[in-house]
Ligand binder design. Structure first.
Ligand code: FES
Length: 198
């Protein structure tokens, strides 16, 4: 027959192995040398992380395609007829010129003090409104205080026959040689400066 505890009675203390106090583990505090080692390790990890982030930042293209500083995919059908007036593309700050020598993309900023030369049809040349420098259709210097011919942008042309041609180190026009253009890529982040008034 079961018995129940009544008020005033004290229950007997039951002890089990689990109820015994667990043995205390002593954890030694890091020494000064270890502490400095951890700090050094954390600093090196931070430095490496910053360096990696910097490399990735510079490796990524910083200009969007179709904006100045980036690459423009220029429609071939917009290329002016050979020898005719060049086409101004203000969003890219360049002129598309098609002189006899071939296609050339001219930076639209004067090499003197940075004004914007205009194409003057009646004189068949670029003329700068600020100090009167003048340039031919292919950007070559004619006269005025400008120290060199107009700068050019590196351009790659793909032709329908599968061949490609890219602006050389002097920024010379790319000869078309009767080929039909399939695509034009203009890199406004890659400016080629002419070597003087040539
Ligand atoms: S800025 Fe063009 S001639 Fe001076």
């Amino acid at each position: 027959m079961a018995t129940t505890a009544t008020a005033g009675e004290t229950k007997p203390q039951v002890s089990s192995p689990q109820a015994k106090a667990a043995p205390q583990v002593q954890v030694a505090a890091p020494s000064r040398r270890e502490f400095l080692y951890y700090i050094w390790g954390a600093s090196m990890a931070l430095l490496l992380g910053e360096t990696a982030a910097g490399i990735i930042w510079f490796a990524l293209p910083r200009f969007k395609a179709g904006t100045f500083g980036g690459v423009f995919n220029f429609a071939p059908e917009r290329v002016p007829a050979m020898g005719s007036a060049p086409l101004n593309v203000p969003e890219g700050r360049f002129w598309v010129a098609n002189p006899e020598q071939g296609l050339v993309i001219l930076y639209g900023v004067c090499t003197h003090l940075g004004c914007l030369p205009k194409w003057v049809d009646v004189n068949n040349r670029f003329e700068c409104p600020c100090h009167g420098s003048k340039f031919e259709l292919d950007g070559l210097y004619i006269e005025g205080p400008a120290p060199r011919s107009l700068d050019r942008f590196k351009t790659t042309i793909t032709f329908t026959d599968g061949t490609t041609a890219t602006t050389n180190g002097d920024g010379d026009p790319i000869p078309l040689e009767g080929r039909t253009i399939a695509a034009i890529s203009i890199d406004t982040g890659a400016r080629v400066k002419r070597n003087g008034k040539v």
